[in-house]
Design a protein around this ligand. Structure first.
Ligand SMILES: *Cc1c(COP(=O)(O)O)cnc(C)c1O
Length: 395
């Protein structure tokens, strides 16, 4: 039996999304820029997909720009605000220490180009306060970029309040909402969001497709130069099948959002209750302001990688943090940002659930994780030192 609990890395495509894609590979394969009927049919579909995405976010269709995914949307939104800022001699950006690398690495690049970056402290629970944002904004601030929900520890930021602060101070506000869209109800106008990034594959749509919402009035800079696609702001023939799949998946996710998240949160809470019974373990992230599907734990005295490999042998697909950092030996920058010491951050486990998981699977996960943690601890010299008092417990 295979239990998939790595939905923050990517999700299984829904049948609705697959069904929505097929016609655009099999028969309506025209280029939406072509004038003949098969092209125009594709153009019509593209327009409808844009409207669907806009409806789910509470914006206008012309404020949606399709991209190759969340990373491209993050890059484009940040570069747009940075370039617009430089025109007014504003080269200061406020963000947080635990953003996705698509944001952090773009900010690093801008820093080398003479921008000043303030990374806010996210505290022990992984939460930023509107007050911190307010205090960090300066007369030369051109952008605040703060993720909606963290991909590793699941903490959800007070986005509407942060948006309000930015609006009052006249600073552009971008949020990387890749983990939130399709999972949390979003209204960009009500929440004062100027720019937002999303990715199809985090809500049961296809990979390699995403979107940037950009409030009208903001002059957008291109990342990909090319033809007149996406109102001239993103060159390249549109990936119609993927866009159709994403729109269908998003529509489905938004329709079932409340029922799904209630059921997923119930499984999450059961998982947390079961796993925190393991001695010398700790939950990462806030208990309440948390994505419905996210569980992130640290277990003292074990290596996260060994835990993952052994869980995989039991058919459980999990993660030690973000998919992007696994494979490197550095502990997660997110866990370090919330103040976990290196030796604890190394023993982390992220389980991310979706509506395709079941209560029975959750029971199996609890049982197997408990077994494997005990097994690994019995082999660990660090654990022996802890047990025999040569080393002090941190958690
Ligand atoms: C997955 C993810 C991204 C990257 O999206 P891609 O579509 O893989 O480029 C960016 N930010 C967050 C928070 C994510 O979870």
């Amino acid at each position: 039996m295979q239990i998939y609990a790595d939905n923050a890395a990517t999700t299984k495509m829904s049948q609705t999304a697959i069904d929505a894609m097929l016609p655009y590979m099999q028969s309506i394969y025209g280029n939406p820029s072509s004038l003949h009927s098969i092209g125009q049919e594709a153009a019509e579909a593209l327009m409808q997909a844009r409207e669907t995405v806009a409806r789910c976010l509470g914006c206008e269709a012309k404020e949606i720009y399709f991209t190759s995914g969340g990373s491209e949307a993050d890059n484009q939104a940040i570069m747009t605000a940075a370039i617009n800022g430089a025109k007014k001699d504003k080269k200061h950006i406020v963000s947080t220490a635990f953003e996705h690398h698509a944001v952090l690495h773009t900010l690093k690049k801008l820093e080398k180009q003479g921008y000043e970056i303030t990374l806010l402290d996210v505290g022990e629970k992984g939460l930023v306060t509107p007050r911190q944002v307010s205090e960090a904004i300066r007369p030369d601030t051109c952008l605040v970029t703060i993720m909606y929900a963290n991909n590793e520890i699941g903490s959800i930021q007070p986005i509407a309040e942060i948006g309000q602060v930015c609006k009052e101070k006249g600073v552009v506000f971008h949020t990387d909402a890749v983990q939130a869209v399709g999972h949390i109800k979003i209204d960009v106008k009500e929440q004062n969001i100027d720019m937002l990034s999303l990715a199809g594959h985090k809500f049961h749509g296809p990979k390699g497709v995403g979107a940037m919402y950009c409030r009208k009035g903001i002059v957008i800079s291109n990342i990909i130069e090319g033809g007149a696609q996406e109102r001239g702001k993103r060159g390249g023939t549109e990936n119609i099948p993927a866009i159709m799949g994403m729109a269908a998946a998003l529509s489905e996710a938004c329709e079932n959002l409340e029922a799904n998240s209630a059921r997923i949160a119930k499984m999450r809470d059961k998982l947390i209750a079961g796993l925190t019974k393991i001695p010398h373990s700790i939950l990462n992230g806030d208990e309440k302001m948390r994505l419905a599907g996210n569980v992130n734990m640290c277990f003292e005295g074990i290596e996260g990688e060994s835990l993952l490999l052994m869980l995989d042998m039991h058919g459980i697909c999990a993660s030690s943090g973000s998919a992007c950092t696994s494979g490197s030996l550095d502990p997660s920058h997110v866990l370090l940002a919330i103040g976990r010491p290196h030796e604890i951050a190394h023993g982390s486990l992220r389980l991310s659930l979706s509506e395709y998981n079941t209560e029975e699977e959750v029971e199996v996960i609890i049982e197997k994780v408990s077994e494997v943690v005990e097994y690994l601890r019995n082999m660990s010299p660090v654990w022996r030192d802890l047990k025999e008092g040569r080393r002090n417990h941190v958690i």
